[in-house]
Design a protein around this ligand. Structure first.
Ligand SMILES: [Zn+2]
Ligand SMILES: [Zn+2]
Length: 281
């Protein structure tokens, strides 16, 4: 069962469909954009996503890969685009080939695009995806969704339309680009992510919070994951409109974590607090 968030943003009401548990699967879908930001589980809602990102090679972030590729082929859908960290690009391509061979049919129609820190991928008219390195124990890429649109230059705002048309005919630039970071997904990460002001400036920020018990702080540090205390320390400085928590370990129950969110985190944070934590049954 996936959770659905409908978040008010400057762009529009943004729907995020997802489910997440550390080690068991993180699946993050933006159905309005046909975009998946990690595909840790097979799920029917994954198939229509035409652009899929994988943050790193851990199975709980790419377990839905073969299902996605296979279902799209089976349903004669257009080739999907798969954005993969460059360091695991060859292995992911091998995995897809192996699965297609096991099925005994045609090769999957997938355009695999290796990406790295700083890569900008223009995936639809008004949206770019940008990638950044996170603070995990294997190379991991978080992703940022940037909404772009063109606005009339301020000095031309009162110009009559004939004047604007004439300027355009002369090849003059009459607009400028406005870029707003709409969403940032920190993937698996330790607290190093809080040094990345640009990431945290997005309107919607999705952060893991794997460990919540006092005696799990060492464990969080050892495996480069976030602990509740990291979120508590960072929350007063966060300026995002929505903070979405993910990747709870099996050491805590969802209803206990929801109580801590309401009692301890919400008073520290100016925006709205949400989560996409599920029990995969
Ligand atoms: Zn993970
Ligand atoms: Zn991981």
């Amino acid at each position: 069962m996936l959770r659905r968030l409908n978040l008010a943003t400057e762009w529009d009401e943004l729907t995020i469909l997802g489910g997440s548990r550390a080690g068991e699967g993180t699946l993050l879908l933006l159905p309005q954009l046909s975009l998946a930001l990690d595909i840790g589980r097979a799920h029917r809602s994954l198939t229509p996503m035409s652009t899929v990102c994988i943050s790193h090679g851990h199975a709980d972030h790419l377990g839905g890969l073969a299902y996605w590729a296979s279902q799209r082929l089976l349903n004669s859908m257009a080739p999907g685009t798969l954005l993969v960290p460059g360091n695991i690009g060859d292995e992911v391509a091998d995995l897809l080939r192996l699965h297609a061979r096991l099925e005994g049919g045609k090769a999957y129609a997938v355009n695999l695009v290796p990406v790295g820190h700083g890569t900008r991928h223009h995936f639809r008219r008004d949206m770019n995806l940008e990638f950044f390195t996170t603070d995990h124990w294997v190379p991991t890429l978080g992703s940022r969704l940037v909404w772009t649109r063109r606005r009339l230059l301020p000095e031309l705002r009162n110009s009559p339309s004939e004047d604007l048309a004439a300027r355009r005919r002369r090849g003059q630039e009459i607009t400028y680009e406005v870029a707003s970071p709409l969403l940032a997904y920190g993937a698996d990460t330790g607290p190093g992510i809080f040094a990345q002001a640009e990431t945290l400036a997005a309107e919607v920020v999705l952060l893991e919070c794997s460990f919540w018990n006092d005696d799990d702080l060492d464990r969080a540090r050892r495996f480069s994951h976030l602990h509740l205390s990291d979120i508590v320390n960072a929350a007063p400085q966060l300026t995002c409109r929505h903070l979405v928590l993910l990747h709870l370990s099996r050491r805590n129950r969802i209803k206990d974590v929801e109580k801590i969110m309401a009692a301890e985190l919400e008073p520290l944070f100016d925006g709205r607090l949400h989560h996409l934590i599920v029990d995969w049954e």
